[in-house]
Design a binder for this molecule. Structure first.
Ligand code: DAT
Ligand code: MG
Length: 149
């Protein structure tokens, strides 16, 4: 089963959107296998966003993502990496489709509420950056037979 790393950013936590966002993924059928609140250190933030180092928005991005607690989660499910990206919507919330998380709740790119891994490689990297192996749960859900054929 595919896994992805998702994170309600500090703006989403401040705006009391964490429950709504978790709920969307739960209702879709994806399984939560890891969930916690944490405040990201600058070192971890710079690692997490390493691909953007040197870009003009990098310093502001690190300031923002470390500015308050985030809600981090690992979801498991068929096709979850791309499906979660679709449910999030485009990076710029004004361009994100209506009904997506960013399209529903955001305006500025630098306050776009949620992070989600964009590939199997980044998912593996980000999961191991934020979760220890013993923080990820392997369990069966009886309802899975009503979600998967
Ligand atoms: P995404 O979060 O959709 O994967 P990304 O990886 O290109 O987008 O960028 C990471 C984050 O950096 C993004 O969620 C918000 C911020 N960001 C990206 N481009 C930006 C820009 N032009 N101005 C301000 N912030 C930006
Ligand atoms: Mg990205």
């Amino acid at each position: 089963m595919e896994r992805t790393y998702l994170m309600v950013k500090p703006d989403g936590v401040q705006r009391s959107l964490a429950g709504e966002i978790i709920s969307r993924f739960e209702k879709k059928g994806f399984k939560i296998i890891g969930l916690k609140m944490l405040q990201i250190s600058r070192a971890i933030a710079e690692k997490h966003y390493g691909e953007h180092a040197g870009k003009p928005f990098f310093a502001g991005l690190v300031d923002f993502i470390t500015s308050g607690p985030v809600v981090a989660m690992v979801l498991e499910g068929s096709g979850v990496i791309n499906a979660a990206r679709e449910m999030m919507g485009a990076t710029n919330p004004l361009k994100a489709a209506p009904g997506t998380i960013r399209g529903s709740y955001g305006i500025d790119t630098g306050r776009n509420i949620i992070h989600g891994s964009d590939s199997p490689e980044s998912a593996a990297r980000e999961i191991s950056l934020f979760f220890r192996e013993d923080e990820l749960f392997s369990y069966n859900r009886d309802v899975d037979r009503w979600i998967y054929e």
